[in-house]
Design a protein around this ligand. Structure first.
Ligand code: SAH
Ligand code: SF4
Ligand code: F3S
Length: 484
C-alpha cells in the first residue's frame, strides 16, 4: 500500500476506536526508554491515542492501556522492561487492561521470544517499522481479543502525517532522518532502526513553520546521524525535491534559521566523520543555532576507534575540534564516551582521558561498554572484565566532574539568555530554564515568564545547575523592601 494510503487507513482505525470509547473515560499510561528519537516516537503514539479518546495518566493502576516504548542500546534496559511487564500481571487479571510493547527492543527476536514465553499476557508487540500501524493493532486487540505481533525487518520508510501530542509547549523535537548506515561495531541501532533515510525538506520546514505559529521557541533536530541528512539520497540519486534551497544539513540549518518565531535550534547526534566545513560555517553564521555541539567521541585511542569502526582517528577528531573552536565563537562541546570496549588497554584508555582534557567538554555522557547480540563487538575476543570497566568509568567520571566544576565557575557574573521552561522541581517559587550551552539555570521570577526567552545574570554555580537573577527579580525584591 502507498504510504499516504496506509496513513489514511490508520486514521480510519483511530475513528473506529474513538467510537468505541465515546462518552467513556479511558486512560493510557506510557513509559518511554531510550533516546530522544524514541521520545519523539512516543509523542506520536500519544497523539494517536488521544485522537482515539484516551487521556494520559501517570498512574498505572488507572490505565486501560499500558504502553512501553523500549530501547536496547545497552543491557540494563532489558531487566528493567521485564520487571515492569511482570508487575502488570495482576492488573491484567483484575482489569483486563491492554498491554502493548513497542520500540527498538522488539526488533530483537530473542527478546520477543522471551516475552511471548514468560509474559504471555502481553497483547501487542510492535517494532520500529510498524509504529504507524498502532491504531490497527490496537483495534484488533480490542475487537478480536487476539494477540497482535507486528514486527518487520525492512530498510525502513518515512511516514508523514501522524498525529502528535508534544510533551512541551515551547520546545519541540523534529525527526529529520531515520536509521543508520554506520555500523559502529558496538552498536545495535543500525539493526533495529534500519537504513538511513531522510525526510523531505518541505515536510520538515512546514512542520517547523507550524510549530513556530503555535508558539514553539526551540527546535531540536533529531537523527542517528543528523549531519548526513540527505546524503544517501544524493549519493544514490534518489529524488528529494529541493525546497527553499535545502539539499543538505547545512542548507537545512540556514532555512530553519530564517523561520520567524523560532529562537533556538539544536541537533543530535552528528557524526564527526560527516562534520563538513559547510556545517561548521552554518553553525557559526546562523544566530539561532546553539553553539553547544554534541560531538560523540566514543574513545580517544585511534586503534580502539578503528576497531569501533568510527572512521576517524584521535588526531582527526582533535583537528576537527580545533577547526570548530576557531570558526564558531563561544563554541561549547558535549560528547558520548564508551569505556571498556573489547581489547581496550589501560594505556589506550589514557588517550580517552587525554582527549577529554584537551577538548574540555561542557558535558560528557559516559557509558560502560555493553555487549549487544548480533554486533561485531559481541563476537570479539578479549572482552574487558567488569571490574576494569568500572574502574575506568570512575576515573573518567572524576575527571569530567572536576572539569564541569571548573567550567561552571566561568559562568559567574555573565549574562545568559535562557528559555524559561517551568518551575523548579524542588521549589515551586523558582523558575528553571536552559542556557545556549544547555546548562540548567534556576532563578526567582513570575510564572508568566514560562515559555519566554530571558536574560539572566549568573550569581552562583552548583555541580548540575547555575543560580541566576533577572533584572525583574531584583526590581521586585527592591520594591518589596520599600513596601516593608
Ligand atoms: N547515533 C548516535 C547515538 C547512538 S546511541 C551517535 O552515533 O552518536 C547513544 C550512545 O550510546 C552512543 O553514542 C554510545 O556512546 C552509546 N552506546 C551505543 N552502543 C553502546 C554499547 N553497546 N555499550 C555502551 N554504550 C553504547
Ligand atoms: Fe550507533 Fe554508530 Fe549509528 Fe550512532 S553512528 S547509531 S553509534 S552505529
Ligand atoms: Fe535506544 Fe533505539 Fe534510541 S536502541 S538509543 S531507543 S534508537
Amino acid at each position: 500500500m502507498e504510504i499516504s494510503e496506509e496513513i489514511k487507513e490508520q486514521k480510519k482505525y483511530i475513528e473506529k476506536i474513538k467510537e468505541i470509547n465515546q462518552e467513556k473515560d479511558r486512560f493510557y499510561h506510557i513509559l518511554t526508554m531510550g533516546c530522544q528519537l524514541n521520545e519523539n516516537d512516543s509523542e506520536k503514539l500519544c497523539g494517536m491515542l488521544e485522537k482515539m479518546g484516551y487521556k494520559k495518566t501517570e498512574k498505572q493502576s488507572q490505565a486501560d492501556i499500558v504502553l512501553f516504548n523500549t530501547c536496547c542500546v545497552r543491557e540494563n534496559a532489558e531487566e528493567r522492561l521485564f520487571g515492569k511487564v511482570g508487575e502488570l500481571k495482576n492488573l491484567k487479571e483484575e482489569k483486563g487492561i491492554i498491554i502493548a510493547i513497542g520500540g527498538c527492543m522488539m526488533q530483537e527476536k530473542h527478546i520477543t521470544d522471551k516475552i511471548k514465553q514468560s509474559y504471555p499476557f502481553v497483547d501487542i508487540l510492535f517494532g520500529t517499522h510498524t509504529l504507524h500501524k498502532f491504531p490497527e493493532n490496537l483495534y484488533k486487540a480490542l475487537k478480536e481479543k487476539k494477540k497482535q505481533e507486528d514486527i518487520i525487518d525492512i530498510e525502513g520508510e518515512i511516514y508523514e502525517g501522524l498525529p502528535i501530542k508534544r510533551d512541551s509547549k515551547f520546545k519541540a523535537s523534529v525527526t529529520i532522518m531515520n536509521g543508520c548506515n554506520n555500523f559502529c561495531s558496538y552498536c545495535i541501532v543500525p539493526y533495529v532502526r534500519g537504513r538511513e533515510r531522510s525526510r523531505k525538506p518541505k515536510d520538515i520546514i512546514n512542520e517547523i513553520k507550524e510549530l513556530a505559529k503555535q508558539g514553539y521557541k526551540e527546535i531540536t533536530l533529531l537523527g542517528q546521524n543528523v549531519n548526513s541528512y540527505l546524503r544517501v539520497e544524493r549519493e544514490k540519486n534518489i529524488p528529494f525535491e529541493e525546497y527553499e534551497e535545502v539539499n543538505s544539513f547545512a542548507t537545512l540549518l540556514y532555512a530553519i534559521n530564517k523561520i520567524d518565531g523560532i529562537e533556538r535550534i539544536r541537533f543530535v547526534s552528528p557524526h564527526p566523520k560527516d562534520f563538513t566545513d559547510d556545517v561548521i560555517q552554518a553553525i557559526a553564521k546562523c544566530d539561532k543555532v546553539c553553539k553547544l555541539v554534541h560531538l560523540p567521541l566514543q574513545a580517544g585511542n585511534s586503534k580502539v576507534l578503528k576497531e569501533m569502526n568510527r572512521k576517524y582517528t584521535k588526531e582527526q577528531y582533535l583537528e576537527l575540534v580545533e577547526k570548530m573552536k576557531k570558526t564558531i565563537p563561544n563554541l561549547t562541546l558535549s560528547t558520548d564516551i564508551i569505556v571498556g570496549f573489547p581489547g581496550e588497554t589501560d594505556e589506550e584508555f589514557e588517550d580517552t582521558l587525554d582527549v577529554v582534557k584537551k577538548v574540555n567538554y561542557e558535558q560528557v555522557y559516559m557509558f560502560i561498554y555493553s555487549r549487544r547480540v548480533g554486533t561485531p563487538g559481541d563476537k570479539m575476543e578479549n572482552q574487558i572484565p567488569e571490574e576494569i570497566k568500572h574502574k575506568r568509568f570512575d576515573k573518567l567520571k572524576s575527571l569530567v566532574e572536576s572539569q564541569i566544576a571548573q567550567n561552571n565557575k566561568k559562568y559567574i557574573g555573565t549574562k545568559q539568555k535562557i528559555l524559561v521552561e517551568g518551575t523548579s522541581k524542588n521549589n515551586e517559587n523558582m523558575l528553571t530554564g536552559r542556557t545556549d550551552s544547555n546548562k540548567v539555570v534556576v532563578f526567582e521570577g513570575e510564572k508568566e515568564l514560562i515559555g519566554t526567552m530571558q536574560e539572566v545574570e549568573i550569581i552562583s554555580e552548583h555541580m548540575w545547575y547555575l543560580k541566576g537573577e533577572t533584572k525583574g527579580t531584583v526590581f521586585k525584591c527592591l520594591t518589596e523592601i520599600v513596601a516593608k
